[in-house]
Design a protein around this ligand. Structure first.
Ligand SMILES: C[S@@+](CC[C@H](N)C(=O)[O-])C[C@H]1O[C@@H](n2cnc3c(N)ncnc32)[C@H](O)[C@@H]1O
Length: 459
């Protein structure tokens, strides 16, 4: 499905209603670095580029959260059970907030897409269960540990009660089995010195791979690979490892050599070796420093985002960050020629996104800054919400009962209502419609169903 959002758009506002207005299956890669439930308030230092940016990361369970839970219970029972696994009300409130948003992310991610959820040990154990419930356990791909600081000691004279925390966790899930990954590879110093021990006449490092010139006799007879080449033949019927053409090609490249002692040597050169791919312990990406630092609280390094974007997207793909902060993800995506969409609730963040991307030399300059909720364009031709066909169908489905107070009414006394209000991204799609009696509809007004449920529970 094509995106209904112009590439390089930054939205200011709560990401939940904005995501509801985004087309389904329209982004390729989601990286999210949400609040971590750290029980802290973050503010950027005065005088830094980010001065004025702040966000709260404290949670309390309220009526609306409980109402959300009621709604989740009917549609997503597994998710509901996971949320109830949280031990404190604060954790529960945080998980409800995340669950509602992750469900939208699941909808807007393409079938070939990937999602990386950045968190820390405060909530990573519970978020993994939430991710399993939303994206499916079989789509879990990796839990990455990023060593974000080299030391944790603050020189306190007080007795430490726990090991210092200097790692974050990234939970990587795929949309489906068709999601691909091209992990970056790294050549370590020890790989170079231990593996590529030999040096040729021109000073190029290589290792001797002559064991792979002939097929070993144990591989059985391979008549197609039995031939004479430049006076050499394998005495065994297992033949050569390569076809005649490939062997000659390798010889011309200097990878097969006829040594002065008349023996054949196969060489694997360092320059052709890409190294081994990173595992899930990322300890070589340093925290942001120098010019890269904007002073934005919780800023992440560009190198971290570049690694993720390179591995899980292609040029021209859409990278989406619903909690984009000071734009690290968007800058990294732009540099790697990906399109991007960002959302942050803080107006300061949007200012920084625009400034940072414009400053980044040679980057795309026409950034779109929006505050309104987009309208989905992937629903086809559907009737207006209060069309009589909708009312008749809903009356049948609800068997005449009001979805608020639960009382039975004649059809003429029920009104069609948006479950998720239009002003927070709710659509006219039948799945977002219900029948309410006049009284319940008045109480709900243009708010979401969770508000009505919480009000009725109170009364
Ligand atoms: C951990 S920070 C992200 C930092 C970012 N990775 C960076 O490098 O700058 C979390 C961000 O989420 C934003 N935020 C919190 N609640 C939000 C919401 N409901 N919708 C959109 N953004 C939100 C905050 O303003 C903050 O910028």
């Amino acid at each position: 499905m094509t995106s209904n959002i112009k590439p390089k758009t930054i939205f200011t506002g709560d990401n939940l209603p904005i995501m509801r207005g985004m087309n389904s299956a329209s982004v390729d890669l989601i990286y999210l670095d949400p609040p971590f439930n750290s029980n802290a308030n973050y503010a950027a230092p005065i005088g830094s580029k980010s001065a004025g940016a702040e966000f709260k990361d404290t949670w309390t369970l309220d009526d609306v959260d409980n109402a959300w839970l009621d709604l989740i219970e009917t549609k997503y029972p597994a998710l509901n059970r996971v949320i109830h696994a949280a031990m404190t009300n604060s954790d529960k409130s945080y998980l409800i907030y995340m669950a509602a948003r992750l469900l939208e992310m699941k909808r807007i991610l393409k079938d070939t897409g990937s999602i990386y959820l950045h968190c820390d040990p405060t909530m990573s154990h519970l978020l993994k269960l939430v991710m399993d419930a939303v994206f499916g356990k079989r789509n879990f791909r990796s839990e990455i540990t990023w060593k974000r600081a080299t030391s944790t000691q603050k020189g306190s004279q007080h007795r430490s009660l726990r090991w210092g925390n200097n790692v974050d966790t990234l939970l990587f899930y795929a949309s489906s089995l068709s999601t691909s990954l091209s992990p970056e590879r790294e050549l370590t110093e020890s790989e170079v010195t231990e593996k590529f021990k030999r040096v040729d006449e021109n000073g190029r490092r290589y290792y001797d791979d002559s064991a792979h010139i002939w097929s070993s006799p144990g591989m059985g007879a391979r008549p197609n690979l039995c031939y004479e080449w430049r006076g050499f033949v394998n005495p065994h019927p297992s033949g050569w490892r390569l076809s005649r053409e490939r062997l000659e090609e390798e010889y011309q490249k200097g990878n097969i050599v006829i040594r002065p002692d008349g023996k054949l040597e196969r060489r694997k050169y360092l320059e052709d070796y890409k190294g081994t791919s990173y595992g899930n312990l990322w300890d070589n990406i340093l925290p942001t420093s120098g010019n890269e630092r904007t002073g934005y609280p919780t800023q992440k390094p560009l190198a971290l985002l570049e690694r993720i974007i390179k591995a899980s997207s292609n040029k021209g793909d859409i990278v989406f960050h619903p909690f984009c902060g000071c734009a690290t993800t968007l800058v990294a995506a732009d540099r790697l020629q990906r399109d991007w969409i960002g959302i942050d609730i803080s107006a300061k963040a949007a200012e920084l996104v625009v400034a940072r991307i414009r400053e980044d030399q040679g980057l795309f300059r026409d950034i779109i800054a929006r505050t309104n909720i987009p309208k989905r364009t992937d629903l086809g031709n559907i009737p207006r919400y209060n069309a009589s066909e909708n009312k008749t169908r809903l009356y049948g489905e609800q068997e005449g009962y009001c979805r608020g107070c639960g009382v039975h009414f004649e059809m003429r006394n029920l009104e069609v209502d948006h479950i998720i209000a239009e002003n927070v991204g709710g659509t006219d799609h039948i799945e977002n419609l219900q029948l309410l009696c006049g009284n319940c509809n008045r109480i709900k007004g243009d708010r979401g169903q969770e508000y009505l449920v919480s009000r009725l529970n109170k009364d």
